[in-house]
Design a protein around this ligand. Structure first.
Ligand code: PLP
Length: 826
């Protein structure tokens, strides 16, 4: 490494790309970084030394990227997200630097197996599911596209819980991802930011005789930034992810400690550190907890302060919209709106109207849901107690907004009440989605159907008032992690066929379309799928002691456990097949053998979701052990579905289950990962399934179920699930088998809550869609028997899914919302 004495910071010479060079640097890290010789190094020592060696290759690029972006005065995307579900870092860094082969050889020369070290890494699970994974895909894409972006979030000490099963029931263990060392993070305690809470507000007269308000807070915490590298794919760029960790401003009281009260001496420290202690394991429902609001304000206040502190001292804040867009990933960071207003008005003394004009150009809001119960609200009492000045600001924003509505719609009191940021019932509270919509320059949904329903059903009054504010950006996934890294065999096959350009230009997969008709290519494609099944079988055997047959159709449903996603529908399918086999109606030899694979975590407080996990495992145990089934059906449910497992499961899948009730799944991104890896989808007309089907074609997609308008119609007249139970014998026999206790001989009534919920409420219309689902599954069986036809469809799924690259999503955000530019080499 050489020092650049001109700017004093940047080492422009990266370490050399050679096997010997790498081996030497690795040994140096082991000896002088870990402090052990190779002969005594543990696997963890070796992993940490490897991670630090690899990250050195990214360091120079990182400094250089930041310098370039500063020099270009480029507009930055500040992505505000309470979650980043990153997945393991080592492999991603290796493909970004194109070092995999060099590292593999260098380690082999030292008698070390790269695969073993890979397994040592605990993925940072700083997110729940789709929303957090989306944020991780987006920052990957922006780095690969050379667009200036800083991702802001929270460095949770404990990420999403580790799921285990005890007798088939979910048990949560803490996720201690930091315990063996965190080689990918760079703490910067010297850049800590103070964040205030509580207290009151007061008015005063300033030196110019103007009456002003200010916040007199009661307590504070320190936000310590931890930087993570976000490497672009083989483009020499590295962006930054900055996650905040909470500390006490006064770590501990020596006087109290000396007096012997040790617990009291660290009380403030414990209290403050609780803020970034755990990720809320909720998905799709807000958790109305005071600590959660503290988390939200904490990371947003740190991030906005951090961004403003990075601007030149003489920067004119009226130009703020030229240099930043704060993108709100759902409503979790919306408290940033009154925070920026408070800084501009109270601290920078900018007039309210000017400050509001600036703020409205600096924020944009992405909505991620359609479930009314998932729209976040904060009780006025709580918000006012924790952030009194912010509540005042929200009130004023609301007053001025309602005046605008009154002008547009005179004498429409009902509309005013509907649109007010403040809800009156069941308790006075702040509707965060409304605040985001009013403040945001743009509001987007995450798939075409979702954006339409957002306008029509979720925020209809707002879209009527401001039709141009609403737009769609269909989600995407990064092809680096979800194809190139997760599926090296398919990646090699594609690169062989069309060259390597597809990794950063995914529409080029189209060039593979003609190969669907090439028998030799289809043969190679099948060999890839089989190799991926064998790889998965190996993973499941060591990870969970699960035996996976590789000569059957692999039918996969992996995603958070939620009633609207309808894992129950898939269980009912399995139970129905099983019931028909044991009753002699169905000959198990007459259907193609299938492995039904599940992966799903349930929020710890979501009782019905945990019940469903118990049901899947109990059905699985019964079916797998019954000789009458003759292996035609097997159920596997590896615990702790996370990004690392997704990378192994998805490339092996034949069939992708995307069976949410139409109108409930905003987009889904799992559906895209499967299509890109050559699985066919059985799915409803929901979320991004709609666009997947349009692109891959009806013949290569198994559509079933009610359409969204039909769902609305049924619900409008009153849905009665028992009718379907009475009228459909197959369904009735399946449900009766569950109710009979067959799957739970020790406690025959344990699944009664599921059964009674299905028969009386069935909020997500599983019974209404049951027969259509079974029919579609029969079409799947028929199609799967046609080996060449199935392979052809699978290849076409890959070739036609290039649209679902998160790079394309990012270009859409740039075009429709951010209006920022890549910073290209100079
Ligand atoms: C992609 C992904 C999700 C989102 O899956 P959906 O099917 O879209 O809900 C959730 N968890 C993990 C680990 C993922 O990789």
């Amino acid at each position: 490494m050489t020092e650049n004495r001109v700017n004093g910071t940047v080492s422009v010479t990266a370490p050399q790309h050679s096997v010997e060079g790498f081996a030497k640097e690795f040994l140096r890290e082991l000896n002088f970084g870990q402090g052990v010789p190779l002969s005594r190094a543990s696997v963890n020592d070796q992993y940490l030394a490897l991670a630090r060696t690899v990250r050195e290759y990214l360091m120079a690029r990182w400094m250089e990227t930041l310098r370039r972006q500063r020099d270009a005065h480029a507009k930055t995307v500040a992505y505000l997200s309470a979650e980043y579900l990153l997945g393991r870092q080592l492999d991603n860094a290796l493909i970004a630097t194109d070092l995999t082969e060099i590292v593999e050889e260098a380690l082999t020369s030292l008698g070390i197996d790269l695969a073993t070290l890979r397994e040592q890494e605990v993925e940072p699970g700083l997110g729940n599911g789709g929303l957090g994974r989306l944020a991780a895909c987006f920052v990957d894409s922006l780095a690969t596209m050379s667009v200036p972006c800083i991702g802001y979030g929270i460095r949770y000490e404990y990420g999403i819980f580790r799921q285990t099963f005890v007798d088939g029931w979910q048990v949560e263990q803490p996720d201690t991802w930091l315990s063996l060392g965190a080689p990918w993070e760079f703490p910067h305690p010297e850049d800590a930011v103070t964040v205030h809470f509580g207290g009151s507000t007061e008015t005063y007269t300033d030196d110019d005789g103007v009456t002003r308000s200010r916040w007199v807070p009661a307590w504070d915490v320190l936000g310590v930034p931890y930087n993570y590298m976000v490497p672009g794919y083989q483009n020499g760029r590295v962006n930054t992810l900055r996650l905040w960790s909470a500390r006490a401003t006064k770590a501990f009281d020596l006087q109290i400690f000396n007096s012997g009260d040790y617990a009291e001496a660290v009380r403030a420290q414990t209290f403050a550190e609780n803020i970034s202690k755990v990720l809320y394991p909720e998905d799709s429902t807000p958790q109305g907890k005071e600590l959660r609001l503290q988390q939200q304000y904490f990371f947003v206040a740190c991030s906005i302060r951090d961004f403003l502190d990075g601007l030149p001292a003489d920067f004119d804040l009226h130009r703020l919209p030229d240099v930043v867009m704060f993108q709100l990933n759902d409503t979790h960071p919306v408290i940033g709106v009154p925070e920026l207003m408070r800084i501009l008005v109270d601290e920078k003394k900018i007039a309210w109207d000017e400050a509001w004009a600036i703020t409205q150009k600096c924020f944009a809001y992405t909505c991620h849901t359609l479930l009314p119960e998932a729209l976040e609200v904060w009780p006025v009492e709580l918000l006012g107690r924790l952030l009194p000045r912010h509540l005042e600001i929200i009130y004023r924003i609301n007053d001025e907004f309602l005046a605008q509505v009154r002008q547009a719609y005179p004498n429409d009191e009902l509309r005013l009440r509907r649109m007010s940021i403040i809800a009156e019932h069941p308790e006075r509270s702040v509707r965060m989605a409304f605040l985001a919509t009013i403040a945001g320059a743009k509001v987007n949904g995450v798939a075409a159907l979702h954006s339409q329903l957002l306008r029509d059903n979720v925020l209809p009054d707002f879209s009527e008032l401001w039709p141009d504010k609403f737009t769609n950006v269909t989600n995407g996934v990064t092809p680096r992690r979800f194809v190139r890294l997760a599926n090296p065999a398919l990646s090699d096959l594609i690169t062989d066929a069309i060259g390597p350009g597809w990794v950063t230009d995914l529409e080029r997969l189209r060039e593979m379309e003609p190969l669907a008709d090439d028998a030799e290519f289809r043969e190679r494609f099948r060999a890839v799928k089989l190799a991926n099944k064998q790889r998965l079988a190996g993973v499941l055997a060591t990870r969970d002691g699960i035996e996976l047959r590789t000569d059957a159709m692999l039918d996969v449903m992996v995603k958070r456990l939620h009633e609207y996603k309808r894992q129950t529908l898939k269980v009912l399918h399995i139970v129905s097949l099983y019931e028909r086999i044991i009753s002699g109606e169905l000959d198990p030899a007459s259907i193609p053998p299938r492995v039904f694979a599940f992966g799903a975590k349930a929020a710890p407080g979501y009782k019905m979701a945990k019940q469903i996990i118990g049901l899947i495992n109990h059905v699985g145990a019964t079916v797998n052990a019954d000789p009458r089934v003759q292996g035609a059906l097997t159920v596997v449910f590896p615990p702790n579905y996370n990004v690392t497992l997704a990378e192994k499961l998805i490339p092996a899948a034949d069939l992708s289950e995307q069976i949410s009730l139409a109108g409930k799944e905003a987009s889904g991104t799992g559906n895209m990962k499967f299509a890109l890896n050559g699985a066919l989808t059985i799915g409803t007309d929901d979320g991004a399934n709609v666009e997947i089907r349009e692109l891959v074609g009806d013949d290569n997609f198994f559509l079933f179920g009610l359409l969204e308008p039909q769902v609305a119609e049924i619900q409008a007249v009153g849905y009665d699930p028992s009718k379907y139970y009475e009228e459909n014998a197959t369904l009735r026999r399946a449900i009766d088998l569950i109710a009979s206790g067959t799957f739970s001989p020790d406690d025959k009534r344990v699944f009664e809550p599921i059964v009674s919920n299905l028969l009386t409420e069935d909020r997500f219309l599983a019974l209404a869609d049951f027969q259509a689902y079974l029919d579609a599954q029969e079409r799947v069986d028929v199609a799967y028997r046609d080996v060449e036809g199935w392979t052809r469809s699978a290849i076409l799924n890959v070739a036609r899914s290039g649209f679902f690259s998160s790079d394309r999503s990012m270009w859409d955000y740039i075009d429709r919302i951010w209006h920022s530019q890549p910073v290209v080499a100079r």
